[in-house]
Write a protein that binds this ligand. Structure first.
Ligand code: NAD
Ligand code: IPM
Ligand code: MN
Length: 349
Protein backbone atom coordinates (compact mmCIF):
# COMPACT_ATOMS: atom_id res chain seq x y z
CA UNK A 1 0.00 0.00 0.00
CA UNK A 2 1.17 3.53 -0.82
CA UNK A 3 0.30 6.11 1.80
CA UNK A 4 -0.25 9.56 0.32
CA UNK A 5 -0.51 12.80 2.31
CA UNK A 6 -2.75 15.26 0.46
CA UNK A 7 -2.11 18.97 0.97
CA UNK A 8 -4.56 21.05 -1.11
CA UNK A 9 -3.24 24.43 0.14
CA UNK A 10 -4.58 27.76 -1.09
CA UNK A 11 -6.43 29.33 -4.02
CA UNK A 12 -7.10 26.83 -6.81
CA UNK A 13 -5.11 24.19 -4.92
CA UNK A 14 -8.20 22.52 -3.37
CA UNK A 15 -10.13 22.51 -6.68
CA UNK A 16 -7.42 20.86 -8.74
CA UNK A 17 -6.46 18.48 -5.92
CA UNK A 18 -10.06 17.29 -5.62
CA UNK A 19 -10.03 16.33 -9.31
CA UNK A 20 -6.53 14.86 -9.09
CA UNK A 21 -7.47 12.60 -6.17
CA UNK A 22 -10.70 11.44 -7.84
CA UNK A 23 -8.71 10.52 -10.94
CA UNK A 24 -6.11 8.68 -8.85
CA UNK A 25 -8.85 6.77 -7.03
CA UNK A 26 -10.44 5.66 -10.30
CA UNK A 27 -7.06 4.71 -11.72
CA UNK A 28 -6.12 2.80 -8.57
CA UNK A 29 -9.26 0.68 -8.90
CA UNK A 30 -8.63 0.01 -12.58
CA UNK A 31 -4.94 -0.84 -12.12
CA UNK A 32 -5.30 -2.57 -8.76
CA UNK A 33 -2.96 -0.14 -7.09
CA UNK A 34 -3.50 0.39 -3.37
CA UNK A 35 -3.46 4.10 -2.50
CA UNK A 36 -4.48 5.46 0.91
CA UNK A 37 -5.03 9.20 1.13
CA UNK A 38 -4.94 11.38 4.21
CA UNK A 39 -5.67 15.11 4.09
CA UNK A 40 -3.75 17.94 5.77
CA UNK A 41 -4.85 21.56 6.09
CA UNK A 42 -1.58 23.49 5.84
CA UNK A 43 -2.07 26.81 4.11
CA UNK A 44 -3.11 30.42 4.51
CA UNK A 45 -6.42 29.70 6.25
CA UNK A 46 -4.78 27.80 9.08
CA UNK A 47 -1.88 30.24 9.28
CA UNK A 48 -4.25 33.19 9.64
CA UNK A 49 -6.25 31.30 12.27
CA UNK A 50 -3.53 30.05 14.59
CA UNK A 51 -0.18 31.14 13.16
CA UNK A 52 1.03 27.61 12.38
CA UNK A 53 2.58 26.76 9.04
CA UNK A 54 4.23 23.33 9.13
CA UNK A 55 4.85 22.18 12.71
CA UNK A 56 8.10 20.28 13.20
CA UNK A 57 6.28 17.34 14.79
CA UNK A 58 4.01 17.04 11.73
CA UNK A 59 7.05 16.88 9.51
CA UNK A 60 8.30 13.97 11.60
CA UNK A 61 4.97 12.25 11.19
CA UNK A 62 4.92 12.82 7.43
CA UNK A 63 8.37 11.29 7.21
CA UNK A 64 7.36 8.31 9.30
CA UNK A 65 3.89 7.52 8.01
CA UNK A 66 3.81 8.47 4.31
CA UNK A 67 5.35 7.48 0.99
CA UNK A 68 4.44 10.60 -0.99
CA UNK A 69 2.88 14.03 -0.67
CA UNK A 70 0.33 15.22 -3.24
CA UNK A 71 0.41 18.98 -3.03
CA UNK A 72 -1.81 21.64 -4.66
CA UNK A 73 -0.38 25.15 -4.28
CA UNK A 74 0.24 27.76 -1.61
CA UNK A 75 0.07 31.55 -1.78
CA UNK A 76 -2.69 33.90 -0.66
CA UNK A 77 -3.11 37.66 -1.05
CA UNK A 78 -4.05 37.85 2.65
CA UNK A 79 -0.45 36.85 3.44
CA UNK A 80 1.49 39.35 1.33
CA UNK A 81 4.82 38.33 2.86
CA UNK A 82 4.24 34.81 1.52
CA UNK A 83 5.68 33.65 4.83
CA UNK A 84 3.48 30.57 5.22
CA UNK A 85 4.16 29.43 1.65
CA UNK A 86 7.89 29.68 2.16
CA UNK A 87 7.64 27.76 5.41
CA UNK A 88 5.45 25.02 3.97
CA UNK A 89 6.72 24.45 0.45
CA UNK A 90 10.32 25.62 0.63
CA UNK A 91 10.41 24.16 4.16
CA UNK A 92 9.50 20.71 2.93
CA UNK A 93 11.87 20.90 -0.03
CA UNK A 94 14.71 21.74 2.34
CA UNK A 95 13.85 19.69 5.41
CA UNK A 96 12.95 16.55 3.47
CA UNK A 97 16.10 17.14 1.38
CA UNK A 98 14.11 16.88 -1.87
CA UNK A 99 17.10 17.76 -4.00
CA UNK A 100 15.64 16.92 -7.40
CA UNK A 101 12.96 19.14 -8.83
CA UNK A 102 11.99 17.18 -11.91
CA UNK A 103 9.90 19.23 -14.33
CA UNK A 104 9.03 17.50 -17.59
CA UNK A 105 8.24 19.85 -20.48
CA UNK A 106 6.30 17.79 -22.98
CA UNK A 107 3.80 19.04 -25.54
CA UNK A 108 0.82 16.70 -25.94
CA UNK A 109 -0.94 18.33 -28.91
CA UNK A 110 0.52 20.39 -31.76
CA UNK A 111 -2.36 22.85 -31.55
CA UNK A 112 -1.12 24.15 -28.18
CA UNK A 113 2.41 24.95 -29.33
CA UNK A 114 3.08 28.67 -29.33
CA UNK A 115 6.04 28.14 -31.67
CA UNK A 116 5.59 28.14 -35.41
CA UNK A 117 6.58 24.79 -36.91
CA UNK A 118 7.34 23.13 -33.54
CA UNK A 119 5.03 20.38 -32.39
CA UNK A 120 4.97 17.35 -30.15
CA UNK A 121 8.08 15.90 -31.81
CA UNK A 122 10.12 19.02 -31.13
CA UNK A 123 8.94 19.78 -27.60
CA UNK A 124 9.92 17.10 -25.14
CA UNK A 125 12.57 17.80 -22.56
CA UNK A 126 12.96 17.43 -18.80
CA UNK A 127 14.48 19.98 -16.45
CA UNK A 128 16.44 18.84 -13.40
CA UNK A 129 16.30 21.83 -11.09
CA UNK A 130 18.52 21.75 -7.99
CA UNK A 131 15.99 22.15 -5.19
CA UNK A 132 17.75 22.68 -1.86
CA UNK A 133 20.46 25.30 -2.39
CA UNK A 134 21.34 28.23 -4.62
CA UNK A 135 19.73 31.57 -3.89
CA UNK A 136 16.79 29.76 -2.29
CA UNK A 137 18.66 29.39 0.99
CA UNK A 138 17.65 33.06 1.28
CA UNK A 139 20.68 33.97 3.36
CA UNK A 140 21.29 37.65 3.15
CA UNK A 141 21.62 40.97 4.85
CA UNK A 142 20.25 44.45 4.63
CA UNK A 143 22.51 47.32 5.68
CA UNK A 144 21.20 50.81 6.35
CA UNK A 145 17.70 49.55 5.62
CA UNK A 146 15.20 52.14 4.45
CA UNK A 147 17.83 54.80 3.77
CA UNK A 148 19.21 56.07 0.48
CA UNK A 149 22.35 54.11 1.26
CA UNK A 150 20.55 50.81 1.70
CA UNK A 151 22.44 47.71 0.62
CA UNK A 152 20.78 44.31 0.22
CA UNK A 153 22.83 41.13 -0.12
CA UNK A 154 21.81 37.57 -1.01
CA UNK A 155 24.09 34.58 -0.98
CA UNK A 156 23.97 31.79 -3.49
CA UNK A 157 25.02 28.47 -2.01
CA UNK A 158 26.56 25.86 -4.32
CA UNK A 159 27.94 22.88 -2.43
CA UNK A 160 30.07 20.36 -4.24
CA UNK A 161 27.81 17.56 -2.99
CA UNK A 162 24.64 19.42 -3.90
CA UNK A 163 25.85 20.20 -7.39
CA UNK A 164 27.13 16.69 -7.97
CA UNK A 165 23.98 14.88 -6.88
CA UNK A 166 21.64 16.85 -9.15
CA UNK A 167 24.00 16.48 -12.11
CA UNK A 168 24.23 12.74 -11.46
CA UNK A 169 20.45 12.50 -11.26
CA UNK A 170 20.13 14.21 -14.66
CA UNK A 171 22.62 11.86 -16.33
CA UNK A 172 21.09 8.78 -14.70
CA UNK A 173 17.62 9.83 -15.87
CA UNK A 174 18.92 10.30 -19.43
CA UNK A 175 20.78 7.03 -19.35
CA UNK A 176 17.84 5.02 -17.96
CA UNK A 177 15.55 6.35 -20.70
CA UNK A 178 17.97 5.97 -23.59
CA UNK A 179 18.18 9.75 -24.07
CA UNK A 180 21.29 11.08 -25.78
CA UNK A 181 21.73 14.67 -24.63
CA UNK A 182 22.19 16.45 -21.30
CA UNK A 183 22.73 20.21 -21.15
CA UNK A 184 23.97 22.24 -18.17
CA UNK A 185 22.62 25.78 -17.81
CA UNK A 186 24.65 28.23 -15.72
CA UNK A 187 26.13 31.70 -15.74
CA UNK A 188 29.77 30.75 -15.37
CA UNK A 189 30.91 33.60 -17.58
CA UNK A 190 29.98 36.02 -14.79
CA UNK A 191 29.80 33.87 -11.65
CA UNK A 192 33.18 32.45 -12.55
CA UNK A 193 33.88 30.87 -9.18
CA UNK A 194 30.45 29.65 -8.09
CA UNK A 195 29.25 28.43 -11.45
CA UNK A 196 32.72 27.28 -12.40
CA UNK A 197 32.08 24.56 -9.83
CA UNK A 198 29.03 23.42 -11.86
CA UNK A 199 31.13 23.28 -15.04
CA UNK A 200 33.89 21.23 -13.40
CA UNK A 201 31.57 18.74 -11.76
CA UNK A 202 29.47 18.47 -14.92
CA UNK A 203 32.56 17.59 -16.98
CA UNK A 204 33.58 14.91 -14.46
CA UNK A 205 30.16 13.26 -14.32
CA UNK A 206 29.79 13.51 -18.12
CA UNK A 207 32.96 11.43 -18.49
CA UNK A 208 31.18 8.54 -16.76
CA UNK A 209 28.48 8.65 -19.46
CA UNK A 210 30.39 8.57 -22.74
CA UNK A 211 27.26 7.60 -24.70
CA UNK A 212 25.55 10.85 -23.72
CA UNK A 213 26.36 14.08 -25.47
CA UNK A 214 27.02 16.64 -22.73
CA UNK A 215 26.89 20.36 -23.44
CA UNK A 216 27.07 23.43 -21.21
CA UNK A 217 25.38 26.73 -21.98
CA UNK A 218 24.92 30.11 -20.41
CA UNK A 219 21.36 30.30 -19.19
CA UNK A 220 20.47 33.41 -21.21
CA UNK A 221 21.55 31.73 -24.44
CA UNK A 222 19.67 28.59 -23.47
CA UNK A 223 16.47 30.55 -22.81
CA UNK A 224 16.73 31.93 -26.33
CA UNK A 225 17.54 28.57 -27.88
CA UNK A 226 14.63 26.84 -26.13
CA UNK A 227 12.34 29.11 -28.10
CA UNK A 228 14.32 28.85 -31.33
CA UNK A 229 15.25 25.16 -31.38
CA UNK A 230 13.68 23.25 -28.47
CA UNK A 231 14.23 19.93 -30.27
CA UNK A 232 17.92 20.16 -29.38
CA UNK A 233 17.16 19.53 -25.70
CA UNK A 234 16.31 16.33 -23.90
CA UNK A 235 17.57 16.85 -20.34
CA UNK A 236 18.57 20.19 -18.83
CA UNK A 237 20.25 20.44 -15.44
CA UNK A 238 20.53 23.73 -13.60
CA UNK A 239 20.45 25.56 -10.29
CA UNK A 240 17.42 26.41 -8.21
CA UNK A 241 16.63 29.90 -9.51
CA UNK A 242 17.44 29.30 -13.17
CA UNK A 243 15.36 26.13 -12.97
CA UNK A 244 12.43 28.06 -11.57
CA UNK A 245 12.53 30.51 -14.46
CA UNK A 246 13.29 28.04 -17.24
CA UNK A 247 10.41 25.78 -16.21
CA UNK A 248 7.82 28.55 -16.48
CA UNK A 249 9.25 29.11 -19.96
CA UNK A 250 9.07 25.36 -20.57
CA UNK A 251 5.47 25.31 -19.37
CA UNK A 252 4.56 28.12 -21.76
CA UNK A 253 6.13 26.17 -24.65
CA UNK A 254 4.02 23.12 -23.83
CA UNK A 255 0.52 24.54 -23.46
CA UNK A 256 0.86 26.66 -20.35
CA UNK A 257 0.95 26.29 -16.59
CA UNK A 258 -2.33 24.39 -16.67
CA UNK A 259 -0.39 21.41 -18.05
CA UNK A 260 2.95 21.53 -16.21
CA UNK A 261 3.72 18.94 -13.53
CA UNK A 262 6.63 18.54 -11.15
CA UNK A 263 8.18 16.23 -8.60
CA UNK A 264 10.29 17.27 -5.63
CA UNK A 265 12.23 14.09 -5.17
CA UNK A 266 14.75 12.40 -2.96
CA UNK A 267 15.11 8.94 -4.51
CA UNK A 268 13.94 6.22 -2.14
CA UNK A 269 12.48 8.66 0.37
CA UNK A 270 9.26 10.57 1.03
CA UNK A 271 8.88 12.94 -1.92
CA UNK A 272 6.46 15.72 -2.83
CA UNK A 273 4.52 16.13 -6.07
CA UNK A 274 2.92 19.41 -7.16
CA UNK A 275 1.97 21.24 -10.33
CA UNK A 276 4.39 23.97 -11.46
CA UNK A 277 1.62 26.54 -11.22
CA UNK A 278 0.72 28.49 -8.11
CA UNK A 279 -2.53 29.19 -6.30
CA UNK A 280 -3.85 31.57 -9.02
CA UNK A 281 -5.95 33.54 -6.48
CA UNK A 282 -7.93 35.32 -9.19
CA UNK A 283 -9.25 31.94 -10.43
CA UNK A 284 -9.95 30.47 -7.01
CA UNK A 285 -13.46 29.18 -6.31
CA UNK A 286 -14.61 29.62 -9.92
CA UNK A 287 -14.30 26.00 -11.08
CA UNK A 288 -12.26 27.32 -14.03
CA UNK A 289 -8.74 26.12 -13.23
CA UNK A 290 -7.19 23.47 -15.43
CA UNK A 291 -6.77 20.27 -13.35
CA UNK A 292 -4.55 18.54 -15.92
CA UNK A 293 -1.25 19.71 -14.39
CA UNK A 294 -2.43 18.18 -11.12
CA UNK A 295 -3.36 14.94 -12.94
CA UNK A 296 0.04 14.74 -14.65
CA UNK A 297 1.58 15.39 -11.24
CA UNK A 298 -0.24 12.26 -10.08
CA UNK A 299 1.47 10.32 -12.88
CA UNK A 300 4.88 11.53 -11.70
CA UNK A 301 3.99 10.45 -8.18
CA UNK A 302 2.91 6.98 -9.32
CA UNK A 303 6.16 6.58 -11.27
CA UNK A 304 8.10 7.50 -8.13
CA UNK A 305 6.09 4.90 -6.18
CA UNK A 306 7.10 2.25 -8.70
CA UNK A 307 3.66 2.06 -10.34
CA UNK A 308 4.86 2.68 -13.88
CA UNK A 309 1.93 1.01 -15.67
CA UNK A 310 -0.57 3.18 -13.80
CA UNK A 311 1.59 6.25 -14.41
CA UNK A 312 1.68 5.60 -18.15
CA UNK A 313 -2.05 4.99 -18.30
CA UNK A 314 -2.71 8.29 -16.55
CA UNK A 315 -0.35 10.27 -18.76
CA UNK A 316 -1.96 8.72 -21.85
CA UNK A 317 -5.43 9.65 -20.57
CA UNK A 318 -4.36 13.26 -20.03
CA UNK A 319 -2.75 13.34 -23.49
CA UNK A 320 -6.07 12.18 -24.96
CA UNK A 321 -8.00 14.89 -23.16
CA UNK A 322 -5.50 17.52 -24.27
CA UNK A 323 -6.03 16.39 -27.87
CA UNK A 324 -9.76 15.80 -27.86
CA UNK A 325 -11.09 18.06 -25.13
CA UNK A 326 -12.95 19.08 -23.11
CA UNK A 327 -10.72 22.09 -22.45
CA UNK A 328 -10.73 24.72 -19.73
CA UNK A 329 -10.48 28.42 -20.54
CA UNK A 330 -6.67 28.54 -20.50
CA UNK A 331 -6.72 26.09 -23.42
CA UNK A 332 -9.40 28.00 -25.28
CA UNK A 333 -12.36 25.91 -24.10
CA UNK A 334 -15.39 26.46 -21.91
CA UNK A 335 -15.29 23.34 -19.72
CA UNK A 336 -15.08 23.55 -15.95
CA UNK A 337 -12.32 22.14 -13.78
CA UNK A 338 -14.67 19.34 -12.67
CA UNK A 339 -15.70 18.47 -16.24
CA UNK A 340 -12.10 18.10 -17.35
CA UNK A 341 -11.32 16.02 -14.26
CA UNK A 342 -14.31 13.81 -15.07
CA UNK A 343 -13.08 13.36 -18.65
CA UNK A 344 -9.72 12.07 -17.39
CA UNK A 345 -11.48 9.85 -14.88
CA UNK A 346 -13.60 8.22 -17.60
CA UNK A 347 -10.50 7.48 -19.62
CA UNK A 348 -8.56 5.84 -16.79
CA UNK A 349 -11.50 3.81 -15.51
P1 NAD B 1 0.25 31.24 -10.75
O1 NAD B 1 0.85 30.00 -11.30
O2 NAD B 1 -0.67 31.06 -9.61
O3 NAD B 1 -0.55 31.97 -11.93
C1 NAD B 1 0.10 32.46 -13.11
C2 NAD B 1 -0.92 32.57 -14.26
O4 NAD B 1 -1.27 31.25 -14.71
C3 NAD B 1 -2.23 33.22 -13.86
O5 NAD B 1 -2.72 33.94 -14.95
C4 NAD B 1 -3.13 32.05 -13.56
O6 NAD B 1 -4.50 32.33 -13.71
C5 NAD B 1 -2.66 31.01 -14.57
N1 NAD B 1 -2.83 29.65 -14.06
C6 NAD B 1 -2.07 29.03 -13.12
N2 NAD B 1 -2.49 27.80 -12.89
C7 NAD B 1 -3.55 27.60 -13.69
C8 NAD B 1 -4.43 26.51 -13.91
N3 NAD B 1 -4.31 25.34 -13.26
N4 NAD B 1 -5.41 26.65 -14.82
C9 NAD B 1 -5.56 27.78 -15.51
N5 NAD B 1 -4.76 28.87 -15.35
C10 NAD B 1 -3.76 28.77 -14.46
O7 NAD B 1 1.45 32.20 -10.39
P2 NAD B 1 1.44 33.65 -9.71
O8 NAD B 1 0.23 34.40 -10.14
O9 NAD B 1 2.78 34.20 -9.95
O10 NAD B 1 1.34 33.35 -8.16
C11 NAD B 1 0.13 33.29 -7.41
C12 NAD B 1 0.44 32.78 -6.01
O11 NAD B 1 0.88 31.42 -6.08
C13 NAD B 1 1.57 33.54 -5.32
O12 NAD B 1 1.24 33.61 -3.95
C14 NAD B 1 2.78 32.64 -5.54
O13 NAD B 1 3.77 32.82 -4.56
C15 NAD B 1 2.15 31.30 -5.45
N6 NAD B 1 2.88 30.21 -6.14
C16 NAD B 1 2.87 29.01 -5.53
C17 NAD B 1 3.45 27.92 -6.15
C18 NAD B 1 3.40 26.61 -5.47
O14 NAD B 1 2.69 26.42 -4.51
N7 NAD B 1 4.12 25.63 -5.94
C19 NAD B 1 4.02 28.07 -7.41
C20 NAD B 1 4.01 29.33 -8.03
C21 NAD B 1 3.41 30.40 -7.38
C1 IPM C 1 7.69 27.08 -7.99
C2 IPM C 1 7.28 28.36 -7.29
C3 IPM C 1 8.02 28.48 -5.97
C4 IPM C 1 9.50 28.59 -6.28
C5 IPM C 1 7.56 29.65 -5.09
C6 IPM C 1 6.07 29.63 -4.84
C7 IPM C 1 8.28 29.69 -3.77
O1 IPM C 1 7.48 29.44 -8.13
O2 IPM C 1 7.49 26.00 -7.43
O3 IPM C 1 8.17 27.14 -9.13
O4 IPM C 1 10.02 29.69 -6.50
O5 IPM C 1 10.15 27.56 -6.30
MN1 MN D 1 8.11 28.92 -10.14
Amino acid sequence: MHRVAVIPGDGIGPEVVEQGVKVLEALARAERVDLAFQWFDYGAERYLKDGTTLPESDLERLRRDFDAIYFGAVGDPRVPSNEHAKDILLGMRAKLDLYINLRPCRLYADRFSPLKGKGTKELDFAVFRENTEGLYVDEGLVFKGGTDDEIALAQEVNSRKGVERIIRAAFEFASSRGLRRVCLADKSNVLVKAHGLWRRVFALVAKEHPAIEASAMYVDALAMDLVRAPERYQVIVTNNLFGDILTDLGAALCGGLGLAASGNIHPGRLSLFEPVHGSAPQLAGRNEANPLAMCLTGALMLAHLGESAAAERLEAAVAQVVNEGPWTKDLGGTATCAEVGEAVRRRVS
